[in-house]
Design a protein around this ligand. Structure first.
Ligand code: ADP
Length: 353
């Protein structure tokens, strides 16, 4: 019997090889309902392979791939998914309305064309041939095709590439509505702002292995330094010598100090320079964390920072990122740790609203 809260899709210990190349090396990942899971990683990390397996386009050499508890090749499972890949070969001569209706035929409970058009922001494009549209307009049509079947699991690959800011925000809002209704979303992206805006859970794939996963904040916190910025008469060379300071850059009197723990540095700054002004402490964004994780490769249990928050139970998975700020103590799982996305708790539907 399939439990109501079973994941929409799951990879368990999946290995996929292309000849000598191991594209996925024991990957486990759950895609829970009612939330956005972001799969991040540099080119060649194995993201497309992971998606291809869940879509049933390729098969695993080892491990288990499930789509709604079934083999991804089964039509009954495939009818529950919507897909927006980076390359979409849609017939150029068909009008947009015809295209969406054609795609809808494949599904048991499609959305009405008017609803799809509104959601995707393509109401004024329905009578236009697909081939005559701009790149951004075509992207919106591809999104319409992906959501027209009322999917329970939506695959989005770099969905807002080519969209202007307004269209991007609109698409994000629709994705939030869908997850509030219980839809599961797997987002693969290089576009980190997108993951930061949408994702509840981030898994970072490097060389076919998930090296880090957790909430956006937890992943961002992995090895991420704080930036302490201020205007000070202190010479950069002097501050650079202080314990706990990783780097200092200076532009005139404006200092940018990098440190893992900001507070002792801030205290010393204030004590040493009474004229100090414009003090600001910020944490690096997901983009910076991602670059650091990717450079470093797999994190290990012995890496205290990477596994901060580790003792917490996996069922404590925190609230969605876009529903408001998440907390630095949000659960984080590292390679080599018993926790993985397959163990995380699922958010209740509507939690993301
Ligand atoms: P990503 O989507 O993260 O860029 P991919 O899943 O496309 O990564 O690729 C993972 C690795 O597998 C890469 O080294 C890639 O070159 C290799 N690969 C992917 N598809 C094939 C294929 N059909 N034949 C041979 N190697 C492949």
């Amino acid at each position: 019997m399939q439990l109501a809260k079973s994941p929409a899709a799951a990879l368990t210990g999946v290995v996929k090889k292309y000849g000598e190349k191991t594209a996925l090396d024991g990957v486990s990942l759950n895609i829970p309902r009612g939330s956005v899971t972001a799969l991040l990683g540099p080119n060649g990390a194995g993201k497309s392979t992971a998606v291809g397996l869940m879509l049933g386009l390729i098969t695993a050499d080892a491990g288990r791939v499930e789509l709604f508890g079934r083999a991804p090749q089964e039509v009954v499972a495939r009818r529950k998914i919507g897909v927006m890949l980076q390359t979409a070969a849609l017939p150029e001569t068909l009008r947009v309305g015809e295209l969406v209706e054609l795609a809808s035929c494949y599904y048991a409970r499609p959305r009405k064309l008017a609803e799809v058009a509104r959601m995707a922001g393509i109401e004024d494009l329905l009578r236009r041939p697909y081939g005559a549209l701009s790149g951004g307009q075509q992207r919106r049509v591809q999104f319409a095709v992906a959501i027209c079947g009322n999917p329970e699991l939506l695959f989005l690959d770099e969905p807002t590439t080519g969209l202007d800011i307004e269209a991007r925000e609109a698409l994000w809002n629709v994705v939030r509505q869908l997850i509030a209704q219980g839809c599961a979303v797997l987002l693969t992206t290089h576009y980190l702002e997108e993951a930061e805006a949408l994702a509840h859970w981030v898994a970072v794939l490097v060389n076919g292995r998930i090296v880090t996963e957790g909430s956006v904040d937890a992943v961002r916190a992995v090895g991420v330094r704080r930036h302490i910025r201020c205007v000070s008469v202190l010479p950069a060379a002097q501050v650079r010598q202080w314990p706990g300071v990783d780097a200092v850059t200076a532009q005139g009197h404006r200092l940018d100090i990098e440190a893992r723990i900001a507070e002792p540095i801030v205290q010393r700054l204030l004590m040493t320079d009474p004229t100090l002004s414009e003090l600001e402490v910020t944490r690096a964004g997901l983009a910076e964390a991602f670059v650091q994780i990717t450079k470093r490769g797999p994190t290990h249990a012995s890496d205290g920072l990477a596994c901060e928050g580790q003792p917490r139970s996996s069922t404590e998975r925190a609230e969605p990122a876009h529903g408001g700020p998440t907390h630095a103590s949000d659960g984080l799982a590292c390679e080599g740790q018993p926790r993985s996305s397959t163990e995380r708790a699922e958010p209740a539907h509507g939690e993301a609203a």
